[in-house]
Design a protein around this ligand. Structure first.
Ligand SMILES: Cc1cc2nc3c(=O)[nH]c(=O)nc-3n(C[C@H](O)[C@H](O)[C@H](O)COP(=O)(O)OP(=O)(O)OC[C@H]3O[C@@H](n4cnc5c(N)ncnc54)[C@H](O)[C@@H]3O)c2cc1C
Ligand code: SF4
Length: 834
């Protein structure tokens, strides 16, 4: 279309040429016309062959909720009525600043007195093989939507690369149009720039529930071709996903080509001052193509303020200019309520106020710093989004409403109701407190009055707040109201400050509620922090790994640095590396490989450890994968000397060499180590096998010790060396090697299933009592077999050498610092004994 209106005749006016018929360009013109309609003779160039429309509504057009006609902002009549010449479908190819003119692709030359650049952004295309194939589209304008609709006509499969706002809206639209949609997202959670991990998780679950396949942490390697058309997407981990159409929605870049070529100052965007004037006083710029005070925007709200400032300046009217914007985000996917604004990265000086309602799928988080709201993330209930956004923009002091802030505007401005205790006191006796277990206020009060003086006591007596924990706050209020603040008892220690549940509660609920991911646990059990802390994340990771072997995917980010790097960090920042030597036995080949590594990587020291292994010190972090590859080549795997896992099985030479030996202690030690290596445990775990009661392998100060005797094997548990030496307790005596192995496996599994994270066997046994352990293993004649079978099942998924994976270049990203989720301090000095 090349539609030109006539000019209002008569006086000579300044010639304003606008490049870009999009949202910012036309809005700027509207603002100018509103101030001084006769000031300029206006020509607008548009690359797209159509009038000005609302780009953000392309998503509803794709989803079939709107037609193009519904989203037109200014139709042809508007251009005509305002004597604007629209040159559409003919992009400007050059700005000739020397002559004050623009030259269009068609060759048309248009002189200007003032020029306005409003070219928006270009979609970013990942430079992978096949990116230019037919069937690979972006999501920026109506042409893209039409291509997607044509593809969706035949049903089929769509892959959307990018799990940000645009990608998810494209995926939603294509899914509603009947396509089978897979979203590929590089980062671990969706919309990570707008949402924290908890909200990202809820969003992913909801999209999956609606039938989309969401692959996070997935990196595209290439677009696969068949018969000259796109046929799929191949990921760097080797997976291939079929596709009839691939939508690239991985980001945008300010469209600065024309400005750069014309010699204007450009960084990421075209540099403008507070009045949207570029480095050339005759040229203004506005919209996504500009960079103002270091920021480029990708949302519409800032454009409106920019356009007002621009129009003031262009019509010589007084105005303060544009000072930058704070933005908020909503996702236009029907049925998914999501709101995000400001900064939610958190940190030491910020306070996170979190509310979760698992039954209604609600997550709310408000970040407060210096008594001001600086960020908010809402999922499931966004009614108060604009209120939080307003508080954020105005920087209001929220300390007077701090207690009620998270409950929303209605509650916070509710006078007496702003005191949660007063609100609970006002409830009637039959008001339901605990929805999960159907417990009324009257029942909870009765329970408190009859002696339950802590949350934990209430939970175990009348079950209120024993399931999802969402009513813990109400129970706490009832305790305070009934007993008075001072008389409420603390109850047992909770897992950490993020939850009111104990370790045992969390483990029980993980199984009962079939919780299979860390964000899911946090949501369902009403964690009070958005993504946990350095205490609960490693614990949850372990509990989930133990509860769902083969199903749960280890969250490496929730591990401390030694476990992530599979080596022990030393005080000078280098690492020590311990290869596994089964039962403490080695060979010339292994010794040669170790010697070679020591020389090749200049390791300053090799040390024999207390557990009969060789520890290579002083390895630089960057050399770790190469060191592992060299040790792997000699058949050695990780010794897990850094992990909350099986460390070593120490042995003596036993009956094969020693005249006192009663059994083959080395042979048994090797078998036990082969059975148990790689298993993650609540804490480190050491085993030893001695061939006779002289006990040269010191089996009676190990977590599990075998002392061979003439008639069989004495099995000992719960020993420790180190600061607080503890000799083992005798668990039982067995006659055969097979029984010794089974009992070992069963004991380890019981410890794995029942101990708290970071609790070694010694304090665990002291806490639960040896009788409890014996009853669990021997109270039922089949129990040992059952526990041992569970352990062996889990081991199928654990015995995968982490060094080999890393040496092959996998999980390289995990060599970054642990704190991707949020900065974890180094682990607190642990109460471990050895
Ligand atoms: C599908 C989709 C959904 C979105 N949803 C939201 C949302 O929910 N909320 C939100 O805040 N933002 C949303 N956005 C972003 C929003 O649309 C943009 O921030 C806004 O359109 C930017 O306005 P602009 O004028 O700078 O750029 P545009 O609207 O892109 O306009 C630039 C125009 O310039 C034209 N042009 C470029 N080069 C030339 C040239 N050389 N000659 C002539 N013309 C040229 C382009 O063709 C284009 O028409 C969405 C964007 C898309 C694509
Ligand atoms: S523990 Fe007994 S069998 Fe083993 S080396 Fe010592 S004396 Fe020999």
């Amino acid at each position: 279309m090349n539609f030109e209106s006539g000019k209002a005749g008569g006086q000579i006016r300044e010639r304003l040429v606008v490049i870009g018929n999009g949202m910012a360009g036309c809005r700027a013109v509207e603002e100018i016309l509103a101030r001084d309609p006769g000031r300029f003779d206006i020509t607008i160039f548009g690359a797209e062959p159509r009038v000005n429309y609302n780009r953000i509504m392309l998503s509803p057009v794709l989803a079939g909720e709107k037609r193009f006609e519904d989203i037109v902002i200014n139709d042809e009549a508007w251009y005509a009525d305002n004597a604007i010449t629209l040159v559409s479908g003919d992009p400007v190819a050059q700005i000739d600043r020397a002559n004050g003119a623009v030259i269009a692709k068609s060759g048309r030359v248009e002189p200007y007195d003032r020029l306005l650049i409003a070219t928006g952004s270009d979609p970013f295309i990942i430079p992978v093989p096949g990116a230019g194939l037919p069937g690979v589209v972006t999501f920026r304008d109506l042409d893209d939507v039409e291509k997607m609709l044509a593809a969706a006509d035949g049903g089929g499969k769509a892959v959307v690369i990018g799990g940000g706002l645009l990608g998810l809206e494209a995926a939603h639209g294509l899914s509603l149009r009947g396509m089978d949609v897979t979203v590929i997202h590089l980062m671990p959670t969706l919309m990570e720039r707008q949402l924290d991990e908890a909200a990202g998780y809820l969003l992913k679950s909801e999209l999956e529930r609606r039938g989309q396949t969401i692959l996070t942490g997935a990196d595209t390697a290439e677009i696969v071709e068949r018969d000259g058309h796109v046929a799929g997407v191949k990921l760097k981990d080797g997976r291939e996903i079929e596709a009839d159409i691939v939508v690239m929605a991985v980001g945008i870049r300010p469209a600065t080509g024309l400005a750069r070529a014309a010699g204007l100052e450009v960084e990421r965007g075209i540099l403008v001052d507070d009045h949207m004037v570029t480095s050339d006083p005759a040229i203004m710029a506005v919209g996504e193509c500009v960079q103002h005070r270091g920021t480029c925007y990708g949302l519409v709200a800032p454009l409106w303020d920019m356009c007002r400032a621009l129009a003031d300046a262009a019509t010589a009217q007084p105005g303060a200019g544009y000072a930058g914007s704070v933005t908020s985000t909503k996702l236009k996917v029907s049925g998914i309520d999501l709101f995000s604004a400001g900064d939610f990265s958190g940190g030491a000086e910020c306070e996170d106020i979190v509310m979760r309602d698992a039954s209604r799928g609600i997550y709310k988080r408000v970040v407060v710093k210096d008594n001001r709201v600086i960020g908010a993330v809402l999922y499931g209930d966004t009614a108060d989004g604009s209120w939080y956004f307003d508080l954020l923009k105005k920087g209001e002091d929220v300390s007077p409403i701090r207690e009620a802030l998270i409950f929303g505007q209605a509650f916070a401005s509710g006078g007496a109701l702003a005191d949660p205790n007063a609100a609970v006191a006002a409830l009637s006796d039959d008001a339901e407190i605990c929805g999960c277990n159907g417990v009324s206020k009257g029942a909870v009060v009765k329970c408190i009055e009859s002696g339950a003086h802590s949350v934990d006591a209430v939970r175990s007596t009348c079950k209120a707040s024993a399931s999802c924990g969402s009513c813990t706050g109400l129970v706490e209020s009832l305790l305070a109201i009934t007993l008075g603040d001072g008389a409420v008892e603390a109850g047992p220690k909770t897992l950490c400050k993020c939850t009111s549940f104990t370790h045992d509660d969390v483990r029980r609920l993980i199984l009962e509620k079939e919780l299979k991911a860390i964000p899911q646990v946090m949501q369902e059990l009403h964690w009070t922090t958005p993504d946990g802390c350095a205490s609960c994340r490693p614990a949850l990771n372990y509990y989930l790994l133990c509860a769902w072997p083969g199903e749960y995917i280890d969250d490496q980010k929730s591990r401390f640095v030694n476990e992530r790097l599979h080596a022990n960090i030393q005080k000078d920042g280098t690492y020590s590396v311990v290869p596994r030597m089964w039962g403490g036995i080695t060979s010339p080949k292994e010794l040669r490989a170790i010697a070679d590594v020591v020389e090749k990587y200049d390791a300053p020291m090799v040390k024999v450890t207390g557990g009969q292994r060789l520890d290579i010190f002083g390895i630089r972090k960057e050399d770790l994968p190469a060191v592992w590859a060299d040790l792997n080549a000699a058949g050695m795997v990780s010794g897990h000397a850094y992990g909350k896992s099986l460390r070593t099985v120490k042995t003596c030479v036993g009956s094969e060499w020693c005249r006192f030996g009663t059994q083959d202690s080395t042979g048994l030690g090797v078998k036990i180590e082969r059975m148990t290596w790689g298993s993650w445990m609540p804490h480190k775990f050491k085993i030893a096998v001695s061939g006779c009661p002289r006990n040269c392998a010191e089996a009676t100060i190990k977590d599990f010790g075998v002392v061979c005797v003439d008639s069989g094997y004495e099995l000992h548990v719960g020993g420790n060396g180190g600061i607080r030496v503890r000799a083992t307790d005798l668990l039982c005596k067995v006659a055969t090697e097979e029984e010794a192995m089974d009992t070992c496996a069963a004991f380890i599994q019981l410890y794995r299933e029942q101990a708290h994270y970071l609790e070694r066997t010694a304090p665990w046994i002291e806490r639960v009592g040896l009788d409890h352990v014996k009853a669990a293993l021997f109270g039922d004649p089949k129990a040992v077999r059952r526990y041992a079978a569970r352990f062996r099942f889990s081991q199928q998924f654990m015995q995968d050498d982490p060094w080999a994976r890393r040496a092959a270049g996998k999980e390289a990203e995990l060599h970054q610092h642990l704190a991707e989720v949020r900065p974890f301090p180094a682990p607190a000095p642990q109460e471990e004994i050895a």
